[in-house]
Structure formats: structure tokens, C-alpha cells
Design a protein around this ligand. Sequence first.
Ligand code: UD1
Ligand code: CA
Length: 462
Amino acid sequence: MNKIGCIILAAGEGTRMKSEIPKMLFTICGKTIIEHILDTVLRLNLDKIYFVVGHKKEQIIEKIKTCLPKTQQSKIIFVTQHKQLGSGDAVLQVKKFVDKKINSLLVLSGDVPLITKNTLLKFIAHHNKTNTESCVLTVEIKNPFSYGRIVRDSLGRFSAIVEEKDATENQRNIKEVNSGIYIFKLPSLWESLKKVKPENQKKEYYLTDVIKYCETKTTFLCENEIEVKGINTRADLSEVEDIVREKLLNNLMLNGVSVYMPKTVYIDYFTRISKETIVYPGSILTKSVIKENCVIGPYSVIENSSVGSNTKIIFSFVSNSKIGKNCNIGPYGRIRPGVNLFNDVSVGNFVELKNSIVKNKSKINHLSYIGDTEIGREVNIGAGVITCNYDGRQKHRTFIGDKSFIGSNANLVAPIKIGNNVVVAAGSTLSKDVKPFTLAIERSVEIHKNKSSTIKNMYGIR
Ligand code: UD1
Ligand code: CA
């Protein structure tokens, strides 16, 4: 039985992404490329994982460390490839770290993130059976552009891999390609790597050239093209993300969530939605938990938030907040970070909330700004009410007691405390605390003057 270690190649510059961000840190439905591959590899339960890093390695190492369970950390060995001289050179860097007991190495490309545990197990089983010096996971695709082609002799025996740039016209027509996933036997891999020269268009040490020097070699065909899709450009990334997104949405639908026009809906890996919830078109849901029987969208964005059951969030934006049960938000609500809506709360159109608590059964239905505020239960906030929380230098808090009524267009100049059962007259600007059971009214005296002849003249009324 072979004892298998794993190499993950992640040192490349990812030039085709045209980005300052290392390719491995781009995300697919919220999860970095590197996490995708790591999650799969960890589930194989191999003894050692050699991570080859180079270009912007600090960022990659930090990411891996933060997402890796403590129990798995000792399995990972980071190996630095100082100069990006090619995938063959990257593998060679691992040589001095490899445990003596390991006699085969599974090599994965860090930029082929959708490979599944199942396929890798079949691939390993194939290797254990054939026991050849090298084994390449291949796939047949309609458009093989940019992949290394699997070249066979006249008897159909696997003889070499030829890269796109080095291929002849005939070789470019080959539809079977290299997935960038291999198993090599040791120590023969090291012997073959020594023979590899950078004699190709890119002047790199190609790992794929090892095949030529292996006396025994096999291929194993992966049935599912998607699993071995390599990410080299942002267009590749978006293609892969689309597939993952569709899969996540299908899973939701299988679990009793309705998604209308799913092609327009984006959800990430970290979002949970319970059954009987409906997601309407154009919604974007990330890092959130949404309970049962909710209506989300059309066109709602919910990020890093939790939403209780039976809540409706229509045409609205919710960020870093906690929304209770039976709430109504929108259309056109904006819930900024730090908001905690209790149950049965209503937040209507063009209402902005920030860093505020709103207790049960309170209503803020039209055109308000509520910031740094605590609103009690059964409060009614009239149209256009503003909490003036900022004095130009500091933010101040507003408290509004249970069952109070704040009339339309009132300004509450913080810091201010409005007691329970208070009535604030419409249009008042208050800057003093109001005791319970008080009517607070702040308005200038209203003057009515009879101007009938002037007005009639103005509008030509006889
Ligand atoms: C590679 C294969 C190609 C295969 C394709 C599948 C080679 C020469 N070619 O092409 O046959 O069809 O993958 O997706 O390997 N890397 C390093 N250090 C380096 C260079 C690369 O660690 O100096 C890593 C990269 O980070 C990447 C992997 O090796 O994870 C493959 O490199 P990349 O440049 O993406 O090769 P492809 O052109 O995609
Ligand atoms: Ca690649």
C-alpha cells in the first residue's frame, strides 16, 4: 500500500489575473480559492500536505493559518519557491522536506479548486492498482485552449504532455487535456525532475515534462469537466463561481427554499436559509442566517446579518445587523451596521437606521434617520423624524421610551431622553429630556393674515 503525501502548488504569480491580489485569495462564492482546495484535501486524511508558496506568500500563509482547524495545523508544511521558475521547479523545492515514509505524492494545482474528494479517491485507487511512476488526471473538453494536451503514440499509449504554446497544429486538436493533478512515485519523481530543462516557449521548468522521463505512466479520466476547470483569468473565475452559485441555490431549493429567477440571485457559502422562505430576483445574500417563512427581495442585499422567521425584506439593504421575527423592512430601507430590531418591528420606505435598538411592535414607516438610538416597544415614529446624533465632532445617543409617539418631521437633538408614553408634536425640534406622559411641543407661534386682495391680484382671481 502506498503512503501518500500531497503537494499543493500555489507559488505562481497568476499574471493572467492582472491583479495585486494573489490568485489564491480571490473568492468563489465568498470562499477563497485556497480554502476550496484545502477543504477537499483535508477530507482525504493524508499525513502531510506540502504547500508550495512564493509570490506574495505572507498573505497566502496568513489566510491558510486563519482558516485551518487547530487539529490540522501540524499536517501542513509550507515550502518556499523563491523564484517562480515553473511548476517542475516548484515541486522540486519540496524534496528536502518529504518524510522518508512517504512513497507517493499527489500533486494538486492551487488554481483548480472544484476537484472533489470523490474523484481524488478514485484517482488514488487507480494509482494504487496500476502502481506506475506517474499518473495524470485527465479530462476531455470541447475547447482545450490553454491546457496541456495528452499526447499518445500510435498504439494509444500515453507518452507526453505538450503545453498549448509548444504544441503543433495537430496536437492542438487533441481534446484530452492535463488537469494539473498528478500522482508520482518516489524517488523516481526526483530522478525525472533532475532531467527537466526549461526548453520551451515560457523558458520554465515544466512539471509536465517529467512524464517523458517516466518509464511507466498512466492516465485517469475525470468524468466531470467542471471539477478540473483551472482558474487563470477573471473570466475563468466568474465561470467557476457561476457553477458553484448554481449548486448552492439548487441545494437551498432542495431543502424547501423558493428562489425565483435563480440566475439573478447570489448567495455565498456562509449563508443559511430555512425552509418556506422565498428569495425573489436580484437579491444578494452573504454570511447571513435567514429563518423560515421569510420573504427576501426582490433586490435586497443582506450581509453578515441574521433574520428571524416571517420577516419581509423588500428592495432593501441590511448590513451587520440582527432582525427579529415578523418584521417588515422596505421597500427602500437601509439598515446599517449595529442595528437590532426586536420582533414585529416595521421599517418603511426611505428609512435609514444605524447602531440602534428598536423593541417589539415599534414602527418607523417613512423617511427617517435613526442613529445611535434606543427605541422602546410600541413606539410610533412619524414620517421624516430625524435623530440629530452628530454635533460635528461626537456622536450622541437618543432614548425613546415605550408607547411614545413622535410626530412627523420632529428633530431629536441628542443626547436626549424621551420618557414612556410621551407625545412629541409634529415639527418640533427637541433638545431637552422629556418626562413620561408629557406632550412636548416646540413650534413658533402660527400667524394667519388676511391677504385676499393681494392673492386675488397675484392669481388673477375675480
Ligand atoms: C498547468 C499545466 C497544464 C495544465 C494546466 C491545468 C504546467 C507546465 N502546465 O498549466 O498542462 O493543463 O495547468 O490547469 O504545469 N506554479 C508554482 N510555481 C511556478 C509556476 C507555477 O507554484 O513557478 C503553480 C501555480 O501557482 C499553479 C500551478 O503551478 O497553481 C500551475 O501553474 P500555471 O502557470 O497556472 O500553469 P497553467 O498554464 O495553468
Ligand atoms: Ca493554471
